[in-house]
Design a protein around this ligand. Structure first.
Ligand code: ME8
Length: 518
């Protein structure tokens, strides 16, 4: 039976439309999910929206609508974004669904039964934008002398009756977790940061509010709603049918990977494992915090007027070009920048010239000059060398890098193999062999055909539509579109079939920079 792989993204606040950071995270998770499916793993991929909390309540109030209306309207934009970017999620979990309230209340009851919840009074700082409590010692001075959270967001002094979670009790077990499983938190820079934070000691966490009611009610104390992060994190269980001991829950939990952005590492690697330990539920295996995407080096904000709709970028440049760019441009885990120029540059050079032209030149030459699919009709060291290079990239380097979430490195291995094919075609010059040595020409074309099919499979997780379009043109059956199958035995069944190659059309039409960005 195929090994299960459960991957989740953060669930986004639908207090506005999705931005480029949301698209980045959804695409990265999708590349990992598609990669794992292509390796034969049984994948479950969950995403969704985080619809409670003060931030949602305040935004709705500012707009003069109810939080439920805001959530309904905006969560649809997140669903549309995922669909539009070909993000292959299995479950889109919204936290306003009744089953999610039930799951969260059950988690609460289990933490309470374990003696980890008590009623007291909270006095301290809260950032609505981060939906986070901060210690005085963590705050920084803003330019006007006001206090800001370490993320630079405004904080307000909050005093209210609150339930507390005995987080302090979990400092030691958490440190043990980080030591026993060094890859629980990745990358290492985030792990170190979290270890320093926990080593400094943990205070009990305020986990309920009474000053507003937009949230999951505390069981048995209904004038309290739970702190939004208690409910948000529970979404990862809700989607599996928790608290029912369903076959789905048994199969998929614990999650293999929570993919999140760096700003929410503490919630996922301190609070979440502590809640789960308290409730007696297994811990997720890995949390990976990706970096932030900046617009020409700047954070996007309404006041700077540089907020970009990711769907506009997808419409302008193509979904697969955008997906490729985002995964290729930035080392996964680090911050990075994007701009229309950079997208156009990579789209044209790496996808258009290097890969698209390779396929276009080769396939149209075959369609024009042969009535059949080219066959290997002899051996040459150069062919063996190319097979070796492409095979190594597609069967080993790319899957190993993607397994390790080194997405940029995997794409780099793919590009090196594309460049090797381009060097081969230039040296072998099949067009000049047409008259002089048609047999050798056929071997060269066959070698390229096999290599191009392998390259399409190697990059399929990143550019699924374009890769499949190419594989369709090449007559590669669906069952051979895996790293191993394409290397092992795609060619003989195809060679025996009476498949005819039709003249292809270019995969990546040349991109022009729109006038306003030129
Ligand atoms: O944090 N670049 O929601 P959110 C890359 N509801 N990633 C970015 C980004 C950027 N510029 N800006 C945000 C929340 N992100 C919570 C999560 S999970 C149980 C609850 C990432 O809508 C961010 O780090 O503010 C997070 O992983 C995701 O987008 C959703 O952010």
């Amino acid at each position: 039976m195929a090994e299960p792989f459960y991957i989740t993204t953060a669930i986004s606040y639908p207090n506005g439309k999705p931005h480029i950071g949301h698209a980045y995270e959804a695409i990265a998770a999708d590349v990992i999910a598609r990669h794992q499916r292509q390796q034969g793993r049984d994948v479950r991929f969950q995403t969704g929206t985080d619809e409670h909390g003060l931030k949602m309540a305040q935004k709705a109030r500012d707009l003069g609508i109810t939080p439920a209306e805001l959530a309904n309207e905006m969560s649809q934009h997140f669903i549309d974004m995922c669909d539009g970017l070909n993000v292959s999620y299995d479950v889109f979990q919204r936290t306003t669904e009744p089953r999610h309230h039930a799951a969260t209340q059950e988690l609460w009851r289990r933490m309470e039964a374990n003696g980890d919840l008590y009623l007291d009074r909270y006095e301290g700082w809260y950032s609505v934008r981060d939906e986070a409590y901060y210690d005085e010692s963590e705050l920084v001075q803003g330019e006007g002398g006001d206090k800001l959270s370490p993320q630079g967001t405004p904080v307000e002094w909050t005093v209210e009756e609150s339930w507390f979670f005995r987080l302090s009790k979990y400092a030691e077990p958490l440190l043990k977790l980080y030591n026993d499983q060094p890859d629980f938190i990745r990358p290492d820079s985030r792990r170190n940061e979290i270890m320093r934070f926990v080593e400094g000691g943990l205070r009990d966490l305020s986990v309920s509010r009474t000053s507003f009611d937009w949230g999951v009610k505390v069981p048995g104390n209904e004038n309290h709603v739970m702190y939004v992060w208690v409910d948000a994190l529970t979404n990862y269980l809700t989607g599996l049918g928790f608290p029912e001991e369903t076959a789905e829950f048994q199969k998929w939990w614990p999650a293999n990977l929570h993919l999140i952005g760096k700003d929410i590492t503490r919630f996922h690697t301190v609070y979440w494992p502590a809640f789960l330990m308290s409730a007696g539920i297994d811990l997720p295996r890995h949390v990976f915090s990706h970096g932030f995407l900046l617009n020409r080096g700047q954070k996007e904000s309404k006041s700077l007027g540089n907020v970009t709709d990711p769907m506009e970028l997808a419409d302008r440049f193509g979904v697969d070009v955008l997906r490729f760019f985002l995964m290729r441009e930035v080392a996964f885990g680090q911050d990075g920048s994007y701009s229309p120029e950079a997208i156009v540059m990579r789209g044209n050079t790496e996808l258009g010239n290097a890969f698209g032209n390779l396929a276009q030149r080769t396939l149209s030459f075959i369609a024009k000059n042969l009535e059949w699919l080219p066959q290997i009709r002899g051996h040459d060291a150069a062919d063996a060398e190319l097979f070796e290079a492409v095979g190594k990239a597609v069967q080993q380097q790319i899957p190993a890098a993607f397994d390790d979430l080194a997405l940029q490195q995997g794409i780099d291995a793919w590009l090196q193999a594309v460049f090797a094919c381009n060097a081969y075609i230039d040296v072998q010059a099949p067009w000049s062999l047409r008259k002089t040595d048609p047999e050798r020409m056929e071997t060269v074309l066959a070698t390229l055909y096999i290599c191009i099919a392998q390259l399409a499979v190697g990059i399929r997780a990143v550019i699924p539509v374009k890769a499949d379009a190419l594989l369709d043109v090449m007559g590669i059956p669906a069952e051979n579109r895996t790293y191993q199958a394409i290397g092992a035995h795609w060619y003989s069944p195809l060679a025996e079939s009476d498949f005819k190659l039709a003249a292809p059309s270019p995969l990546f039409p040349r991109l022009e920079l729109p006038a306003e960005d030129a």
